[in-house]
Design a protein. Structure first.
Length: 301
């Protein structure tokens, strides 16, 4: 029986479904649309962070001998470069297509999607771990560490909505071993974001990632890191392909035939860029005040 292959749109949708089940870190970031990068110099967009001002007081019924203070508005610019093209390319011979491939989605597209996902996750994890965070908490007790991280974000006037707590594998173990942890109901969904969800700790939705240092954790607001993810266009010369965006993910899939070698080629690709939002001022200038690094957390404390 000849192999039956899905049309490109269905294949692309299948790929996006795999991404949704695998991706954890990108949905926690501040996402940027692909349209922002069209015509951008050097594939870089400068995100303007609103200026931070403090109100002043002027004494009531004074003699008007002194003028009011005029403050300067200084916006912070954060550069986000769409600087990485992630891809997975495989070649399939006539023999493999005829005799070995029973399910293109499971045997070919699935492994390709997971390869791209792993690279995407590691790219974002590297940005998180390399960020010049303004605050570091070193505390053995899991919940005391989370409370101190929350306090640091509060003092930095970081919005409470959109905060997350990201745990390394060993830190997750320390939290799960604590009798104080009340686990959230994560049933009813097959997405990795839900599977990685530990619950709410210190008012922050908590997740675990295998891509950050297992002995560290990070508390941050979604605006602490800016992420761009754009699907390349399907070129006119491609015989078979599609670009689709779903639930914030963007990918392209191409398939063509290399007659010189009697083989098909399947290529999955995407553009990605991620930056730390380092908009700290005064003593924290050039630092990320929207993120806190937690170290030294231990089980049984």
């Amino acid at each position: 029986m000849p192999n039956q292959f899905l049309n490109p749109e269905v294949i692309a949708s299948t790929l996006l479904g795999v991404l949704e089940r695998e991706v954890v870190l990108p949905p926690l970031m501040w996402r940027m649309a692909g349209a922002d990068f069209r015509g951008a110099r050097g594939d870089t967009v400068t995100v303007r962070v609103p200026a931070y001002l403090e109100a002043r007081e002027y004494e009531m019924r004074n003699n008007r001998a002194q003028p009011i203070v005029i403050d300067d508005i200084e916006e912070t610019g954060v550069d986000v470069a769409l600087d990485r093209m992630l891809y997975s390319a495989v070649a399939l011979t006539d023999e493999q297509l005829t005799l070995d491939i029973a399910s293109f989605g499971e045997q070919v597209l699935g492994p390709q999607a997971r390869a791209v996902v792993r690279h995407m996750e590691q790219t974002v994890a590297d940005v998180i771990e390399d960020a010049p965070v303004a605050w570091t908490v070193s505390e053995a007790d899991p919940f005391l560490a989370a409370a101190q991280a929350r306090a640091a974000l509060n003092k930095a006037s970081v919005p409470t909505g959109g905060r997350v707590l990201l745990l390394g594998a060993d830190v997750e173990t320390a939290f799960l071993a604590s009798p104080l942890l009340v686990r959230a109901d994560t049933s009813g969904s097959d997405s990795a974001l839900r599977d990685a969800e530990v619950g709410r700790i210190a008012g922050m939705q908590t997740y675990v990632s295998q891509f950050i240092d297992p002995e560290t954790a990070y508390a941050f607001h979604s605006s602490a890191f800016a992420l761009a993810n754009v699907a390349p266009i399907v070129p006119d010369g491609a015989s078979f392909g599609a670009s689709q965006t779903y639930s914030g993910y963007a990918v392209r899939w191409l398939r063509d035939y290399d007659a010189l070698y009697l083989r098909d080629r399947s290529v999955v690709s995407t553009f990605i860029g991620c930056s730390s939002v380092n908009d700290g001022r005064d003593d924290q200038e050039g630092e990320n005040v929207r993120a806190v690094k937690l170290t030294g957390i231990q089980a049984g404390t």
